[in-house]
Design a binder for this molecule. Structure first.
Ligand SMILES: NC(=O)C1=CN([C@@H]2O[C@H](COP(=O)(O)OP(=O)(O)OC[C@H]3O[C@@H](n4cnc5c(N)ncnc54)[C@H](O)[C@@H]3O)[C@@H](O)[C@H]2O)C=CC1
Ligand SMILES: NCC(=O)COP(=O)(O)O
Length: 334
């Protein structure tokens, strides 16, 4: 029997429960050759089913990791119910500290199953980072939280679709702190983790990595900044010394055109929005977030809690489908 993929439900007041239910009910996950298990809350999932006008029932079971089973027609979805939230009273877009704790419990439980080897991979739904802080967790996102729980010093946030994959050197921090945070060592570590993950999981024998500059025109010889000469170029040289096919620092404005047409396997970006703006322009619907460098497999939707859509039934589930599909593919290479 294949080990399951665990889908964490994310913020109970956001679109996470809805996109899971939508993907399951639509049959878009039927091709995934592993059992799926939602780590979440049955009452909240039932509320999402109601929102989608699905005729869905819930029953208790004791079957491996599952405690409940959702049933709609002949479809069944296993659930590990880890919270007991008052679903009808939850206000869309307003998670309290109880919701924050529930989000953390789903993630931590799923991570532990992957670490123990009882699950093949985890696929995360979107969380609210203020709510997990209110529940006592100061990690700025899943990426950092999972790195801590897996006792891994350095991981890489990658977001990707068929035409573009971006790997970030820095993630969740104020833009003004980026220049002082960048170090040659950290860029080398990002390049190495990216290179190794692309060989292992994405079928690249010699990954072509484009490393971006930080400043306009790659610093214009020092006139618009010296991070390229001081920090980034030495990192590329060190990576190349290790046999990695890294190039740059490339001017960020033009490089994405060439990456998207297939000249590179991945783009190493210096900060969050440098990579995520072009990525979402091309892959808003089907982009997947993957944490590289963990001892477990974690993929995620590329979007957030979408409070403007929560409770309307209008959220698109394509990214969730892509994230589950990618987790299943990566699990085959584990
Ligand atoms: N992996 C995670 O847990 C992530 C969590 N977040 C969190 O989400 C919250 C909101 O972040 P934002 O930057 O506003 O991003 P967002 O992705 O929630 O929303 C941005 C825009 O995209 C739309 N959108 C998002 N998901 C959609 C979907 N499935 N279908 C159709 N339209 C969709 C929204 O309606 C909104 O107009 C923040 O608390 C942020 O920290 C954001 C990104 C990832
Ligand atoms: N915009 C991507 C993002 O914020 C992902 O955060 P997380 O996967 O670390 O939760």
């Amino acid at each position: 029997m294949h080990k399951p993929l665990i889908l964490t439900m994310g913020d109970p007041t956001g679109v996470g429960p809805e996109v899971i239910l939508k993907a399951w009910l639509s049959g878009a996950l039927d091709g995934v050759k592993r059992p799926l298990l939602v780590a979440g809350d049955t009452a909240v999932l039932q509320r999402a089913a109601h929102l989608l006008q699905a005729d869905c029932t819930t029953g208790e079971i004791a079957d491996g990791l599952a405690t409940h089973m959702l049933q709609a027609g002949n479809r069944r979805l296993a659930v590990r119910s880890l919270s007991n939230l008052p679903a009808p009273q939850l206000s869309w877009g307003h998670p309290d500290a109880h919701c924050g704790k529930a989000m953390l419990d789903y993630i931590n439980w799923a991570c532990d199953q992957c670490l123990k080897g009882t699950a093949a991979a985890m696929v995360t739904g979107p969380i609210n980072k203020q709510a997990i802080l209110a529940a006592g967790c100061d990690a700025p996102g899943h990426t950092e939280l999972l790195a801590r729980r897996c006792r891994t010093d350095k991981v890489v946030m990658m977001l990707g679709g068929a035409h573009l994959k971006v790997c970030l050197v820095t993630t969740h921090l104020p833009l003004k702190e980026v220049p002082d945070t960048l170090t040659t060592e950290d860029i080398v570590a990002t390049i190495r983790i990216t290179d190794s993950a692309f060989r292992r999981f994405f079928g690249c024998r010699n990954p072509r990595l484009a490393v971006l500059a930080l400043n306009p025109h790659a610093g214009e010889g020092g006139r618009f900044g010296d991070e390229e000469e001081r920090i980034i170029a030495p990192a590329i040289a060190a990576a190349r010394q290790c046999g990695i096919n890294a190039s740059g620092p490339h001017s960020a404005d033009a490089l994405f055109h060439f990456a998207a047409r297939g000249d590179y396997d991945a783009v190493v970006c210096m900060y969050h929005d440098q990579g995520l703006i072009p990525l979402k322009l091309l892959h808003f619907e089907d982009g997947v977030n993957v944490t590289l460098g963990l001892p477990i497999i974690r993929t995620s939707v590329d979007h957030g809690t979408a409070y403007d859509l929560a409770g309307t039934g209008k959220a698109d589930c394509s990214s969730l489908v892509a994230a589950v599909t990618m987790a299943a593919q990566m699990a085959e290479k584990q």
